[in-house]
Design a protein around this ligand. Structure first.
Ligand code: C2E
Ligand code: CA
Ligand code: CA
Length: 520
């Protein structure tokens, strides 16, 4: 029964009681009761007074029950109205953090008082928040811990300086209306809020860290109305997220076009991955003592129609964000193994593993399955892991490296010198090979400090019994110096540029012919 029907019934009962009351008053006014008394006295035999008594008793009892019924209905109506209010509240709030939700935000945007509210604030702006690393914490620690993190973050946002009203828009996305100080730099102000939000969170006695990316847009400075400001703060937030260095970004007009370009790039990448259009090219790795090709590093190449080749670092990062890195990497590794099967057996295949893949505990199993599928020996495969990946995922990386060693796959530490790995990590993780980042090779001959570093890297490698490869060898002088310093492997444009599968096969044939001629 709807509230409307309840009200109807309530009105009916009230009407009946009102009619009875009116009848009583009218009766007393017209002396009907005296007349009735005389009539019943005169006609005792009719038992009229008993009948009337009966009717009266029935009337009183009905009145009593009607009253009770009416009270019950009233309480029911109140309960219903409360329940409907609660439902209305729930539909506009997030039940976990109790913050207003996206629907509430829409109501705010549709309402006129919102404009008056903004007028009253000197420097009013919007902050869009997105947590970094929340999904991982949620997966690793469980949903209960994830919920606790979200609650704590929402409390911190709500009580942060300048925040008027905070919303949870879903998942780990939040939004806040903020009063910015008129004199202070708003980016610095938002950075302070970020610092508060990212303080470690105590979950059952262990400290958890989540990061945050914040987009910022100020009304009347960056946007004309609140709807635009919210959209622009969101764009700025994505910008901050992708920059990998900035935690807070303020909206700039070019972000709109960047965003559209990015959306197109994502679309093209998705179709390129599903059509297997991204292919590995191969760059030779050379033994500096003998000049022989010891292996090839597979480097992903995507020719995007209308745009030319897209740098792998760019599209790999996008594939990671889209959750497509596993699919892409599996396809590249499968193709590379099939190509490498055509090379002489002693020529190894080096393959890059992205930092995100190192967080996947299933990685070892998947590589093993793939090698079995294409029948490629694990002993010919070498995985390259960058130093920065180790810093973020040391525990999982250690386990994956251990599994790889068991399978007979070798591991290279890539871009050495650009991260923070220390000696104890190096000896613990048992790398087979270290690749000195090309930024050192580029400058070591004109920079004494860099020369010292390269020398100590080579000394370190030889003391740990690791093979050392110099990356980015671009000229003969660098090559001579590296040989002189005792570096045993090299890679770079001077020694061979990346080439497709067919050219790689041709290179291998001509290379071995040269060696046969030399030997002859
Ligand atoms: P990386 O692993 O350090 O690969 C070496 C990069 O240096 C390649 O760039 C290569 O073309 C470039 N290079 C080689 N010799 C020279 C030289 O003499 N001078 C200069 N200036 N550069 C040289 P590329 O192909 O643009 O790849 C960039 C990065 O993208 C790679 O750095 C690697 O981290 C990543 N990458 C490439 N392919 C893949 C892939 O299939 N999977 C993953 N996860 N990452 C990949
Ligand atoms: Ca590499
Ligand atoms: Ca490298």
């Amino acid at each position: 029964m709807s509230v409307k029907e309840f009200i109807k019934r309530y009105a009916e009962v009230t009407l009946v009681l009102a009619a009875a009351g009116s009848f009583w008053i009218a009766g007393s006014q017209l002396d009907i009761f005296e007349w009735f008394h005389q009539f019943s006295r005169a006609h005792e035999g009719y038992e009229v007074d008993e009948i009337v008594w009966g009717i009266l008793c029935f009337g009183v009892a009905s009145g009593f029950f009607a009253y009770r019924y009416q009270e019950k209905q009233r309480r029911e109506i109140e309960r219903r109205i409360q329940a409907e209010d609660d439902l209305e509240w729930l539909s506009k709030h997030d039940s976990l953090t109790r913050l207003p939700n996206r629907r509430f935000l829409q109501k705010v945007l549709d309402s006129k008082p919102c404009d008056d509210f903004i007028e009253k604030h000197a420097r009013f702006g919007v902050l869009a928040f997105d947590l970094n690393g929340f999904k991982k914490a949620n997966d690793l620690l469980g949903h209960k811990a994830g919920d606790a993190i979200l609650k704590q973050v929402s409390r911190r946002i709500q009580s942060a300086d300048g925040v008027n009203l905070a919303f949870r828009l879903g998942g780990d996305e939040f939004l806040a209306f903020v009063d910015f100080p008129t004199r202070e730099d708003p980016v610095a102000f938002a950075s302070d809020i970020a610092k508060v939000i990212t303080r470690p969170i105590d979950i059952d006695g262990s400290m958890q860290f989540v990061g945050v990316s914040i987009g910022l847009c100020i009304l009347k400075e960056d946007a004309e109305n609140l709807t635009d400001a919210i959209h622009f703060a969101d764009l700025a937030m994505y910008h901050a997220k992708r920059s990998r260095t900035a935690q807070v970004a303020r909206y700039e007009p070019n972000m709109l076009s960047t965003n559209m370009e990015r959306a197109q790039l994502e679309k093209d990448l998705i179709s390129a991955i599903s059509a297997n259009e991204i292919k590995p090219h191969y760059q030779p790795l050379i033994d500096l003592d003998t000049g022989e090709i010891t292996g090839f590093e597979a480097l992903a190449r995507w020719y995007r129609k209308g745009h030319g080749f897209v740098p792998p670092l760019e599209f790999i990062a996008v594939a990671e964000e889209l959750g497509l890195i596993t699919e892409l990497s599996d396809h590249l590794l499968r193709t590379a193994c099939l190509d490498a099967k055509k090379w002489p057996n002693h020529v190894a295949l080096s393959f890059n593993i992205s930092p995100l893949q190192l967080a996947d505990p299933q990685l070892g199993l998947r590589i093993l399955k793939l090698l079995n599928e294409v029948d490629f020996p694990a002993s010919r495969l070498e995985l390259e892991i960058t130093e920065s990946a180790l810093v973020n995922e040391l525990d999982t990386a250690t386990e994956i490296i251990r599994q790889m060693h068991q399978l007979g796959i070798r591991i290279s530490l890539d871009d050495f010198g650009t991260g923070y790995s220390n000696l104890s990590q190096l000896s613990q993780l048992e790398f087979n090979k270290i690749k000195i980042d090309r930024s050192f090779i580029d400058s070591f001959q004109r920079d004494d400090k860099r020369m010292t570093i390269v020398k100590s890297m080579l000394a370190l490698g030889s003391s740990l019994g690791m093979e050392m490869t110099a990356e980015g060898v671009e000229n003969g002088a660098q090559l001579d110096k590296l040989r002189e310093l005792g570096c045993n492997r090299g890679q770079g444009y001077y020694l061979g540029t990346p080439a497709d599968s067919d050219d790689t096969l041709r290179l291998l044939t001509s290379h071995s012919a040269q060696h046969v001629t030399k030997a002859g």
